[in-house]
Design a protein around this ligand. Structure first.
Ligand SMILES: [Zn+2]
Length: 302
């Protein structure tokens, strides 16, 4: 009779252990699905504003804020605060800090905005590494590089990688695929240049965005006076931002694509280790109790 009870207890203990293990496995699986779902479920778009024009602060910033949209602003360090009071005015440090304080990303766009293909090593160092240090010393959290004129080669990319940037962007109209397994792909991200295209053309470009493919859009000069080749009218820009907001596009900062990925897997591995340790501890305690009781019963019956 006693042995029958013992057998039942063992069976119950084993069932409890199996249940704990099953719950752990299911918990992990659903957690992985949840993170993957959050990361992949929406059509993703990244916004960039290049060259630090004052009208990006005066015109784009309020419109972005009114829609709750975040963007990256690519700054060449030598042009900060240039030509104030003229049509070619550039943002100053205070304005850039205000952008960052709101949650915008300040990206490095070299020191002098040169064509980099034929630069010497020391010039490349100045444009890619020294410029990043200068922005960092000014209080900016810089993790993105933007190639002037969208020009890069292997040497330039290697400088960007070794300078500690998280990602880098060029100027060719191509999506960035999240399924790209090349570890260097994040340093060769392409982007559509948005000037004064019609809303229909804009929609056509956005039709390339999918769960796995990110569309990156780059703006330059926001003005109703067509004083620059790269200009977009204020009304046109307002309509584009409204279209993004009203049609369920997920507007994210480019480096977030990589920080979300890295942090998620880091968090998951911590949780996985914690669950595994807990499961092992429970199994060890259960085994000890079972053994202890068996010994007691054996002593009593002898
Ligand atoms: Zn530029």
């Amino acid at each position: 009779m006693k042995w029958k009870r013992m057998g039942n207890r063992r069976l119950i203990s084993l069932t409890v252990l199996l249940c704990i293990m099953a719950i752990s496995v299911l918990g992990l699986a659903s957690l992985r699905l949840h993170v993957a779902g959050e990361f992949e479920a929406e059509r993703k778009v990244c916004l960039f504003f290049d060259d630090g024009w004052q009208n990006q602060y005066d015109v784009a910033f309020p419109i972005l804020k009114s829609h709750g949209l975040k963007a990256s602003f690519a700054i060449a360090t030598e042009s900060i605060g240039l030509d104030r009071g003229t049509f070619a005015s550039r943002m100053n440090i205070e304005e850039l800090k205000e952008l960052q304080a709101y949650g915008m990303n300040i990206a490095c766009h070299t020191k002098t905005h040169s064509h980099m293909i034929n630069l010497t090593s020391s010039q490349l160092y100045e444009e890619i590494v020294t410029s990043k240090d200068a922005l960092t010393q000014l209080g900016f959290d810089v993790n993105t590089f933007v190639y002037p004129f969208g020009e890069w080669n292997d040497t330039i990319v290697n400088y960007v990688k070794s300078a500690g940037y998280l990602c880098a962007r060029g100027a060719k109209p191509q999506v960035y695929s999240l399924k790209n397994t090349d570890p260097d792909a994040r340093f060769r991200i392409c982007s559509w240049q948005i000037t004064n295209q019609s809303l229909d053309v804009f929609k056509e470009i956005l039709s390339n965005a999918s769960e796995d493919e990110v569309v990156v859009l780059t703006y330059h000069f926001l003005s109703d006076e067509a004083s620059k080749e790269t200009y977009i009218s204020v009304q046109n820009f307002r309509e584009q931002m409204q279209y993004l907001k009203e049609n369920g596009f997920k507007v994210i900062l480019l480096p977030e694509l990589f920080t979300v990925q890295d942090e998620s897997s880091e968090l998951l591995s911590y949780i996985e280790v914690a669950i595994l340790m807990t499961a092992i501890a429970i199994i060890a305690i259960a085994c000890y109790l079972l053994l202890h009781k068996t010994r007691k019963h054996l002593k009593r019956s002898s």
